[in-house]
Ligand binder design. Structure first.
Ligand SMILES: Cc1cc2nc3c(=O)[nH]c(=O)nc-3n(C[C@H](O)[C@H](O)[C@H](O)COP(=O)(O)OP(=O)(O)OC[C@H]3O[C@@H](n4cnc5c(N)ncnc54)[C@H](O)[C@@H]3O)c2cc1C
Length: 417
């Protein structure tokens, strides 16, 4: 079979760059097609500790470290009225090897990853929009449009779709499914003059829980904080107000955020994103593997997006390499990739789904480390991909307690907001 490349990757975000690096490490000829010119703004700024082993394996950690990103040692969960909070300290985990993560400006972070992929030998074409794909028995053909309007076709043995929420191939194949009852909207921007925690807790992400919505506050630099509000799309529509007005009103009525933002100044325009929680019916098909958000995205509450994107991209690229070696268009390893990716995402989904319920919040905000349950939760929320029996049964136990809390008050039945 004669093709231009072993693999073409749509998208140069963290998933696309990771897939490109991994395939280059395996000696494959790779083309990355990216519609934007990097560096470019992107949401998704708080990373998890289990990103670190991937950075090491890709050989990019030194570059990330020297970029001077903010260290993140923990995640704080606050009640909106400021009455209560709890902190997940990543170093406090019998089951977690990586004690900290980083907070990143995605423009800079994504650029480091993409440039590293280029240095490893991937061909990267920016300002190049993929407009169609066609899979035939012996190749994948991609049509692209460059910035000057010129169009071209390129072909490869495999296609890795890392197009993020654009969900390029799955949308064209009508594979996207939204999580029922989980339609959200996020309104966000960068601010200076925000009062964040100092000392050992400097760099922590703050999640502030309101009745049916929540804020994130992510310190990106000494005087730059990303602040975002996530709420139900239906609630937003009922308010019949502009996004910025909804955001400002939520700040004004949430003491834990308002007190920190007394002297805040917006330093970017406000951004809005909605309908970002979905899954795809298929993650693999003949000659195609979907990775990162193009495999599905759940919810930003536990900052799992970039970590899941990079994990799935690394695994996805490895199964592509194996299929190329075997000269096959579909392999058992590709199906196993789909299964294990869904399982990893599912572990976060059980926390996300429950996070929006009152009885979960009541236990989560009043944690007990009996039987090292907090350590087990810590390990999942740090992003550990494999779970051993020791963490598995503790999580089952924790969710059992959540079930009981709904019926009998084990923890103090606090009000949420
Ligand atoms: C409100 C919100 C808050 C979030 N907060 C966090 C957080 O704090 N921490 C975290 O880890 N994650 C967070 N995420 C998730 C995170 O943003 C994503 O999971 C992550 O960016 C996925 O990386 P990716 O490479 O799959 O996709 P992306 O980073 O979106 O990259 C996809 C790339 O593909 C390109 N592309 C798309 N279509 C085409 C095309 N047709 N042709 C060429 N190029 C194309 C795009 O330009 C883009 O550069 C958040 C998400 C949302 C919605």
């Amino acid at each position: 079979m004669q093709t231009d490349y072993d693999a073409i990757i749509i998208g140069g975000g963290p998933a696309g760059a990771t897939a490109a690096m991994t395939l280059r490490q395996a000696g494959r000829k790779v083309l990355v097609l990216e519609k934007e010119k990097f560096p470019r703004f992107h949401i998704g700024e708080s990373l998890l500790p289990y990103n670190r082993p991937i950075f090491d394996e890709l050989g990019v950690w030194d570059k990330i470290q020297s970029a001077g990103f903010m260290r993140k040692r923990g995640a704080q969960f606050w009640m909106g009225d400021g009455s209560m909070h709890t902190r997940l300290n990543f170093s406090r985990g019998s089951f977690t090897e990586f004690p900290e993560a980083i907070q990143v400006e995605r423009a800079k972070f994504d650029d480091i990853l993409l440039r590293h992929a280029e240095q490893l030998g991937a061909e990267v074409r920016e300002e190049t929009l993929v407009t169609s794909h066609q899979v035939t028995q012996d190749r994948v053909t991609i049509r692209v449009k460059a910035k000057d309007g010129s169009e071209q076709e390129v072909s490869a043995a495999f296609l890795v779709d890392a197009s993020g929420l654009n969900n390029f191939t799955a949308n064209r194949e009508k594979l996207r499914e939204y999580y029922p009852g989980h339609k959200k909207i996020a309104i966000f921007g960068h601010y200076s003059g925000v009062l964040m925690t100092e000392g050992e807790e400097k760099g922590d992400i703050l999640i502030v829980r309101r009745k049916n919505s929540w804020f994130w506050m992510i310190p990106l630099a000494d005087d730059k904080v990303s602040v975002g509000l996530v709420l139900d799309l239906n609630d937003f529509k009922e308010l019949k107000q502009e996004p910025q007005a909804v955001f400002d009103e939520a700040v004004a009525t949430t003491a834990a955020v308002r007190d920190r933002m007394m002297n805040a100044q917006a330093i970017t325009q406000g951004h809005v994103l909605s309908d970002f929680s979905y899954t795809n019916k298929k993650l693999v098909s003949d000659r195609v593997v979907r990775v990162g958000d193009a495999a599905g995205f759940i919810d930003p509450i536990f900052s799992s997006g970039v970590m899941l994107a990079m994990h799935s991209a690394q695994k996805g690229a490895r199964v592509v390499d194996e299929a190329l070696k075997a000269g096959r268009t579909m392999t058992f390893a590709m199906k196993r990739y789909e299964w294990s990716t869904r399982k990893h995402v599912g572990r976060f989904w059980q926390f996300i789904e429950k996070f929006y319920t009152k009885h979960f919040a009541q236990l989560f905000f009043q944690p007990s480390n009996k039987f090292r349950m907090v350590c087990a939760i810590n390990c999942v929320l740090a992003g550990r991909p494999e779970m051993n029996f020791a963490t598995w049964w503790r999580l089952k136990f924790f969710f059992g307690l959540v079930w009981i809390q709904k019926r009998f008050a084990l923890a103090k039945p606090i009000e949420i907001g």
